[in-house]
Structure formats: structure tokens, C-alpha cells
Design a protein. Structure first.
Length: 266
């Protein structure tokens, strides 16, 4: 029997609303959409690339991530994968930590992580492929930042982000918003003198000036520049102390909480 080569997978960037990104994973024939906050951009991309929708993947319940699901289901009868405990009625295949899914229509396996913090039931999807590892993290990790704590605690978000740091450095980070430049300005205030951070400011600034997205980044880039992955460094704690936002000898959770609170008002 002849073994056919694995079909190449690609990820299309679909801008939506003011600063959302929807991610369309496809093989040239079939496609799965991640966090379709609105149906229009997805329908347009499917038509333009002559793709058939075979699955919907959701990370959490906020409207800008699920609002397009009903419109898509009107045209395509496909499974809706999503968090087990985040209150999304349209989910047909509820998921949680440790589960693996085979995405219908695609040669794609995704592992599920529970990553509470932004919402209590938030999940992320990980492609563990040595040639092309991917992370679809919704609103948990951003370029140089992390999501607001609308429902979870600082400890929950801290532990969720630490799960991402164990992924391979080359893992592409597909987050759901273009917040990178504002996050980088905050990161420079928190950690002045970080050469990798300064280089990222220049590179990502040039991308935005050219009308290009700054996402995906990589786990390596985030570990080198994202203060919410670097909060255990003494110099970041010192910045918080100097800003009057943290007491000396604070715990890591206190440091993370103070960092997130500072970003809320930065």
C-alpha cells in the first residue's frame, strides 16, 4: 500500500473587530476556525480559498470569541469544540486538561490545557509537532502581555502561563488580539535595559507600520520579553517596589498580582 505524504497545514490570519485575530487552520481543502467572534471574515476566507469548514474550536465564552458560531452553523453542520466549564451552550464536544482531539477533516491533533485566569474555564490548544508546534491560547497569553483577570485569580493566571513556558521555544503563539505594541511599552517601563525587549520594540513597531500583524510570536520571544513570564526576576520586583506597587520580600504571587494591577492602569 502506498503511503501518502502528510498534507501541509497552514494558518490564515483573519482580522476581526478592532483588534481581534481569528485563526483559520487549513490544508487547502478543509479548514477549522479558532475563536470565530464574527462569521463574516470566516465566510469570506472560506470562499476566497475554496475551503470547507469542518470544525470550530473555542477557548472561552466571551462574545468576541464565540459570536460568529451561530452564523457559521447555519451553513456548516460541524462539531464545536470548547471548554467544558465555561458556559458555552453551543459546544458539542466539551474539553478539559489532558484531552487530545483529532480535528475533523485535518491531519491535526491538538492537546488541551486548562488555563483559568481570564475566565474560569478558559482552555488552550497545543499542537505538539516537532516541525511546527503551535499554541492557540485565546486571551491568556498575548504578545508581551497576558489577559485581564475578569474571573480568575492572580495565582490561577500565573500557573496557567507557567504551563506555556514548558512548551518548546519554537512554538508559535497564536493569541487572539493585536495588543503587542501597548504591551511592549509597559514591558519597557517594568524592565528597562532588556536588550531583547528593545529589539522587539523595533521589530514589531516596523511590522505594524507596514500593516503586518505582530502575531504569531514564539515561546522563546515571550520568555525573553514578556514581563508576565519574567515576574520572578529580581529586577522586575525591584521596579514594582520602586513604583510603590509592591512591598519588599513579596511572594511570587504578590509580585504577579501587582504586575497585573499596574498593567490595568498603565
Amino acid at each position: 500500500m502506498t503511503t501518502l505524504p502528510r498534507t501541509h497545514l497552514a494558518v490564515l490570519t483573519l482580522p476581526a473587530f478592532k483588534d481581534n485575530y481569528l485563526w483559520l487552520i487549513h490544508d487547502g481543502s478543509n479548514a477549522a476556525i479558532v475563536d470565530p467572534g464574527e462569521a463574516g471574515p470566516v465566510k469570506a476566507a472560506l470562499a476566497a480559498h475554496k475551503l470547507r469548514l469542518t470544525a470550530i474550536l473555542l477557548t472561552h465564552h466571551h462574545a468576541d470569541h464565540i459570536g460568529g458560531v451561530p452564523g457559521l452553523l447555519e451553513e456548516w453542520d460541524v462539531p464545536v469544540f470548547g471548554p467544558r466549564d465555561d458556559g458555552i451552550a453551543l459546544v458539542t464536544h466539551p474539553l478539559g486538561e489532558g484531552e487530545r482531539i483529532a480535528v475533523p477533516g485535518l491531519d491535526l491533533a491538538l492537546d488541551v490545557l486548562d488555563v483559568p485566569g481570564h475566565t474560569l474555564g478558559h482552555i488552550a490548544y497545543v499542537r505538539r509537532d516537532e516541525d511546527a508546534p503551535w499554541l492557540f491560547c485565546g486571551d491568556t497569553l498575548f504578545g508581551a502581555g497576558c489577559g485581564r483577570l475578569f474571573e480568575g485569580t492572580p495565582r490561577q493566571m500565573m500557573e496557567s502561563l507557567e504551563k506555556f513556558t514548558t512548551l518548546p521555544d519554537e512554538t508559535l503563539v497564536y493569541c487572539a488580539h493585536e495588543y503587542t505594541l501597548s504591551n511592549l511599552r509597559f514591558a519597557q517601563a517594568v524592565e528597562p535595559g532588556n536588550a531583547a525587549l528593545d529589539a522587539r520594540v523595533l521589530a514589531d513597531g516596523a511590522r505594524r507600520e507596514a500593516g503586518q500583524p505582530t502575531i504569531p510570536s514564539t515561546i522563546a520571544i515571550e520568555k525573553a520579553t514578556n514581563p508576565f513570564l519574567r515576574y520572578r526576576l529580581p529586577r522586575i520586583a525591584h521596579s514594582l517596589v520602586d513604583a510603590g506597587r509592591l512591598q519588599p520580600a513579596a511572594t511570587p504571587v504578590d509580585t504577579f498580582a501587582a504586575l497585573r494591577e499596574w498593567k490595568n492602569t498603565f
